[in-house]
Design a protein around this ligand. Structure first.
Ligand code: ZN
Length: 194
């Protein structure tokens, strides 16, 4: 499993709700945490690793030993957003890129936990920001889609470089072509969403 980079088409895919929580899903979650920690991330959405599912994991400490800070959110819904806050964000799918993003200061978010129970969180500041960033991923929205025109101008060269790298990766067979990804997505949806 590896983190896919912009502009991989799976990053703009609207993820589907998960229908069953089974061992396969638990294994996926464990693998996602591993990849997140080894990439020095604090959150990871399933489509960032090629799974078109409404699922993200987070640990705002980024420390794998602090398992009490680990959260798994399946089929999340943000029911309330309050206030605004601008802060710098990066993303594992945009290596080397960061920019100021305006987010709600606090959120209320409901989801299914990995044990199948319903869970509800009220988060503020950093946790709220990470959750909104990951939630966006599941809807095919990347943090660069939320930038002001001037912030976007500042990172334009970085995005162009990622685009070139992506095209090279496809050519060299390091990542799947768009058609191959579509086939894989259809297969995974059959496994997890029906
Ligand atoms: Zn991200």
């Amino acid at each position: 499993m590896k983190v896919l980079s912009y502009p991989n088409s799976v990053l703009s895919y609207k993820c589907k709700p998960i229908a069953v929580i089974n061992q396969q899903l638990r294994d996926l979650v464990a693998a996602m945490f591993q990849v997140m920690y080894s990439s020095n991330g604090v959150g990871l959405a399933a489509n960032q690793v090629g799974y078109p599912l409404q699922l993200f994991v987070m640990n705002e400490t980024g420390n794998s030993e602090k398992t009490e800070n680990e959260y798994v959110l399946i089929n999340p819904v943000i029911s309330r957003r309050k206030g605004n806050q601008i802060d710098q964000e990066g993303c594992l799918s945009f290596p080397g890129v960061s920019a100021d993003v305006n987010r709600a200061k606090s959120i209320e978010i409901e989801s299914i936990a990995i044990d199948g129970s319903v869970q509800f969180f009220k988060w503020i500041d950093r946790q709220a920001r990470i959750a909104q960033h990951e939630y966006d991923h599941l809807n095919g929205i990347n943090f660069v889609d939320r930038l002001t025109e001037s912030s976007l101008d500042e990172i334009r060269d970085d995005l162009d470089e990622l685009q070139i790298n992506h095209e090279n990766d496809i050519r060299l067979g390091f990542v799947l072509s768009d058609q191959e990804i579509q086939n894989q997505i259809a297969e995974l949806e059959k496994q997890f969403c029906e």
